[in-house]
Design a protein around this ligand. Structure first.
Ligand SMILES: C[S@@+](CC[C@H](N)C(=O)[O-])C[C@H]1O[C@@H](n2cnc3c(N)ncnc32)[C@H](O)[C@@H]1O
Length: 246
């Protein structure tokens, strides 16, 4: 398994040396976050997600079905951000099965304060439920049969949650109106949409707020955004970065 991973890394380095060097740099300067307190909740939700996908197989648009959730270290990061910063309002794009939403809502519940607004254009394993078109680069992140968008978010925490269904470029302005304390991008990772979301999220962030940019290795949008905004930033791994609003 490890050998196979190294072969994959060697192939990327040979095919796209610039990309590989940038990812390596980001990984080397990154600082992961640990959330001991949130770990049991995160582990339990990840197990629930795995169980739901244990017997799910198939493809959509040629892409193999997958859960498409944030990684466990990224889930710990979200937990820590919410617990440490006690945000009044968090906006995220990209819900799917809802691991990130569940983590944010559970941490807010412990805080006893905060609201989460999420925007998602979901894709389902049942093709009959997919009535919209998705961007060309979209992978196979789907919601399995019998589950609803964001089903991982426990019902008892949902009174803090507003879920807007539709395209981020149409719904994000509404979600961000009035500002926010944390903005998380995890929806469509095209150059156009990432740049749109980074710009819109950054503008709406209140002073002292933080933008969480995931999958920044999917396009050059993050580099473009950083050239414009010249923000203080901190890499969390090779594909995720925190950007701090002064
Ligand atoms: C990577 S998943 C989100 C995972 C989620 N953050 C979690 O931790 O479980 C990305 C989601 O964004 C949705 N999506 C794709 N294009 C979108 C768009 N243009 N606007 C909003 N959501 C979109 C996908 O269908 C999918 O539900």
């Amino acid at each position: 398994m490890v050998a196979r991973n190294w072969i994959a890394v060697a192939r990327i380095a040979a095919d796209r040396p610039g990309y590989a060097a940038k990812s390596l740099y980001r990984k080397l300067v990154s600082k992961p976050f640990v959330a001991v307190e949130g770990k049991p909740f995160i582990t339990e939700r990840v197990e629930a997600l795995r169980a739901a996908f244990a017997h799910v197989s198939g493809k959509t648009r040629g892409q193999t079905f997958k859960p498409g959730a944030v990684s466990e270290p990224q889930a710990e990061l979200l937990w820590r951000l919410v617990r440490d910063r006690r945000p009044g309002k968090v906006v995220e794009t990209g819900v799917c099965n809802g691991l990130s939403s569940a983590v944010i809502l559970a941490a807010m519940d412990l805080n006893g304060t905060g609201e989460l607004i999420s925007v998602d254009l979901p894709e389902f394993s049942d093709p009959a439920l997919n009535t919209v078109s998705y961007w060309d680069g979209k992978g196979g992140a789907v919601i399995p049969a019998g589950c609803e968008v964001g089903w991982l978010a426990p019902k008892q925490y949902r009174h803090r949650w507003r879920l807007l269904l539709g395209r981020a470029d149409e719904l994000l302005p509404e979600a961000l109106s009035g500002g926010c304390d944390i903005f998380i991008h995890d929806s469509e990772h095209s150059y156009e949409n990432q740049l749109f979301e980074f710009r819109a999220g950054w503008k709406a962030l209140r002073s002292g707020g933080v933008l969480v940019a995931t999958d920044i290795n999917w396009s050059d949008a993050f580099d473009e955004f950083c050239r414009e905004a010249r923000p203080k930033k901190q890499f969390v791994d090779h594909s995720c970065c925190l950007v701090f609003k002064p």
